[in-house]
Design a protein around this ligand. Structure first.
Ligand code: CP
Ligand code: NVA
Length: 338
């Protein structure tokens, strides 16, 4: 059943495991239809607006291409284009856009703002990342995991996420693990492991009875027998630059490198990264951090691991289009035919 129709998509916790699996099944179908050039356009008369307060490559492009493929028209707005936040309140912007468009994609700094936007727009609002959650990314990751481990049930998968476990990606992985019951280790220095208080502020609960989520500082323990090693940047967009020094020095030990892969004891280990990644000195920021902190072969992930045949990273990002397409169709069209 389509539970997404006319609903906001702000975080995974608002949906059931059946809903998530339904969306993934539909994304699989849409991907196949696109490959065989038999895609039907469901959104010909729909208009979608994208409001991005932070940079983006994958999220913006996947929502745009999904809309183009489906016949929807889009408007892209960044903070320099609109009055939002400076001369106009979220309420007034939302009330206006809600009467012009059929759906809103929002990438913003403060999760509270997307809730406000959704409240006043009264049309589906899709979360394109906030500091708290990144649900379309994790949907794409689960979709990708189901493609790769097609003969394994999701409950039998172990994801070892290593790095900053107090960010939007780790929060959303916890929500996904709560729903789909895969095993999840979050591996970080103590300072970057989520505490009860931290989880409480995000209204995230870890079901202790399920015993499927491990929070640990111990890399070997956390990654042992993982199917997937997942990492993300150590400094997220919009994070206070004054934290950089302390944070990177603590996270240095938690770089995804060949030793980490070996510690999994799994020769078939797969490597995930939501991107963008700092894995060499070819970016201005990557070069600066690698030199400043005297890091070896990359920041959160080494270049050799990033380029190895264990990486699934670009499959993850390409799948964003199909999952986002499934999401916007299901949010705007009631009856979905498989
Ligand atoms: N993973 C992700 O959301 O990438 P962008 O920041 O490029 O959208
Ligand atoms: N944690 C990262 C995710 C980027 C897709 C950030 O918020 O910058």
């Amino acid at each position: 059943m389509n539970s997404f129709y006319l609903r906001n998509f702000l975080r995974l916790q608002n949906f059931s495991s059946e809903d998530i699996l339904f969306l993934i099944k539909y994304a699989k179908k849409l991907k196949f239809k696109k490959i065989i050039n038999k895609e039907k356009k469901h959104l010909k008369n729909k208009n979608i607006v994208l409001i991005f307060e932070k940079e983006s490559t994958r999220t913006r492009c996947s929502f745009e291409v999904a809309s183009f493929d489906q016949g929807a028209k889009i408007t892209y707005l960044n903070t320099k284009d609109i009055h939002l936040g400076y001369k106009e309140s979220i309420e007034d912007t939302a009330s206006t856009l809600g009467k012009i468009y059929d759906g809103i994609v929002y990438r913003g700094h403060i999760h509270k703002n997307i809730k406000k936007l959704a409240k006043y727009a009264k049309i589906p609002v899709w979360n394109g990342l906030t500091e708290s959650f990144h649900p379309t990314q994790i949907l794409s990751d689960i979709f990708t995991i189901k493609e790769i481990f097609f003969n394994k049930s999701i409950q039998d998968i172990k994801i070892a996420y290593i790095g900053d476990s107090k960010n939007n990606i780790s929060n959303t992985l916890i929500e996904a693990s709560n729903l789909l019951k895969f095993k999840l280790s979050l591996i970080s220095p103590k300072e970057y492991l989520p505490t009860q208080k931290f989880l409480h502020t995000y209204n995230i609960k870890i079901n202790k009875k399920l015993n499927n989520i491990l929070l640990t500082e111990d890399i070997e323990k956390g990654v042992y027998q993982a199917d997937v090693i997942y990492t993300d940047v150590w400094i997220s967009m919009g994070e206070n630059a004054s934290k950089e020094e302390k944070k990177i020095n603590l996270l240095k030990k938690y770089q995804v490198n060949q030793n980490v892969l070996k510690s999994t004891c799994n020769p078939f280990i797969k490597v995930f990264h939501c991107l963008p990644a700092l894995h060499n000195t070819k970016t201005i920021y990557g070069k600066k951090i690698i030199q400043k902190f005297n890091l070896k072969n990359g920041v959160e992930i080494t270049d050799d691991v990033f380029k190895s045949n264990k990486k699934i990273i670009f499959q993850q990002s390409a799948n964003r289009v199909h999952i986002v397409k499934a999401l916007i169709i299901c949010s705007l069209i009631k009856n979905i035919s498989f």
